[in-house]
Write a protein that binds this ligand. Structure first.
Ligand code: V47
Length: 374
């Protein structure tokens, strides 16, 4: 490895590369230099070192599906293509029975996780959402329920007049297993004000996740990138996550979400290209040394790009999805009806040179019939 690093001409980048190869944490300033000055091939190499330290040659996926209860939302984030007002012909709202029917569609199928996330609907309270989780658990106790972004949680808990800890404890008792990473967007106060002024602050997002971790609810973290932010904003966002992870160890995965431009009021910004996506996955992998997993969410970035990202630090492809999410098709993703079979996801991973592992929601291997047959 040292021989390869000898070919780096820039002394600053060479020193950072030496640190990464030696397993030493890099500073925010050094992360910034990687974004600005390191070429993509070097970033892939360094991210690969960190990736292998955490996950060897494995690449993970799960068998999962989503429920998006409603796209009616009290907030109107500028990047969102999903939000609709009450009365809009494109708005929807499922009843609890309809949502349990979605779960029933997967009876006899080897799914292990349901991911529930949607708009912040004004009419439903904490116990409504809790009882939905309970009904799902009653029907299929082994299904892991990963539900509600910190933004939805803030609304349902604060409108019930409870503390975050009280609200999360109630949801945990109903059967909540983990929390997805949505709603983090970008933590910088000024930028957050520009793109999603109304919803929970960055500090509140972090407090909700910290409190969840303290009562044994793990979670994910996201960043929304590729809009108006600079590299400094991305580093600031990841530094806050890295500090919290040092404190709690409760994050499972970090998921960079690329801003998609269709049907929202920030379309004039356009979208960043694949080079920038790969650069961002790689720097995330290098910088977040205390996160075990970096996920490429293929319904957002596309199957082939997610496959390519495996060589830039990513070790998790998310799941099979089975055409159950609309958030990204509404924002212009080319994956209009996102669905992958276990066979297809395994083939994508092995064609990229990695070993596919079906995981549960906590990254324990699941012995799927397909993988058992080799
Ligand atoms: O918070 C919304 C993003 C997130 C757009 O935890 C957009 O496993 C880009 O958090 N362009 C929700 N992004 C989705 C989410 C998620 C996805 C996959 C896996 C996990 C996990 C979590 O979607 C929102 C927001 O950041 N988003 N609109 C858009 N136009």
């Amino acid at each position: 490895m040292n021989n390869i690093l000898n070919h780096i001409n820039d002394t600053e980048i060479r020193n950072i590369a030496d640190k990464v190869a030696g397993g030493v944490r890099i500073s925010g300033e050094e992360g910034l230099l990687l974004y600005k000055k390191a070429d993509l091939a070097l970033l892939g190499l360094l991210a690969g070192i960190v990736r292998r330290r955490h996950n060897q040659n494995f690449a993970y996926f799960n068998n999962n599906f989503h429920i998006e209860p409603t796209n009616k939302c009290i907030y109107n984030c500028k990047f969102c293509s999903y939000h609709k007002n009450e009365g809009d012909p494109d708005s929807w709202e499922y009843t609890q029975d309809e949502m349990v029917d979605i779960v029933k569609r997967f009876d006899g199928k080897n799914v292990t996780e349901v991911h529930i996330v949607g708009g912040v609907h004004p009419d439903y309270d904490l116990h409504y959402w809790g009882s939905l989780i309970k009904k799902i658990k009653n029907h299929r106790p082994s299904l892991h329920v990963k539900a509600f972004s910190a933004i939805e949680l803030d609304y349902m808990i604060s409108s019930a007049g409870l503390t975050i800890k009280e609200g999360l404890t109630i949801l945990k008792d109903y059967g909540l297993d983990s929390i997805p990473g949505g709603g983090a967007e970008i933590f910088d106060r000024e930028l957050r004000k520009m793109i999603c002024d109304e919803k929970a602050s960055s500090e509140l997002w972090l407090t909700i996740h910290e409190t969840a971790h303290s009562i044994g609810i793990p979670s994910n973290a996201t960043i929304l990138y590729g809009h108006m932010e600079t590299y400094m904003h991305r580093i600031d966002h990841m530094e806050r996550l890295r500090s919290l992870q040092d404190k709690t160890g409760g994050f499972n995965a970090f998921i960079p979400l690329k801003y998609k431009m269709s049907n929202n009021s920030m379309s004039f910004l356009g979208e960043v290209n694949i080079i920038e996506d790969l650069r961002n996955y790689a720097v995330s992998r290098i910088f977040l040394d205390n996160f075990s997993h970096i996920k490429a969410y293929w319904p957002m970035i596309g199957k082939e790009n997610a496959q390519l990202a495996l060589s830039f630090g990513v070790d998790d492809m998310d799941g099979t999805i089975d055409d159950t999410t609309k958030i990204y098709s509404m924002a212009g993703s080319k994956e209009e009806n996102p669905s992958m079979s276990t066979e297809e996801i395994c083939r994508l991973i092995s064609d990229a040179g990695y070993t596919p592992v079906e995981r549960d929601s906590l990254y324990k291997p699941v012995l799927s019939p397909l993988l058992r047959q080799g």
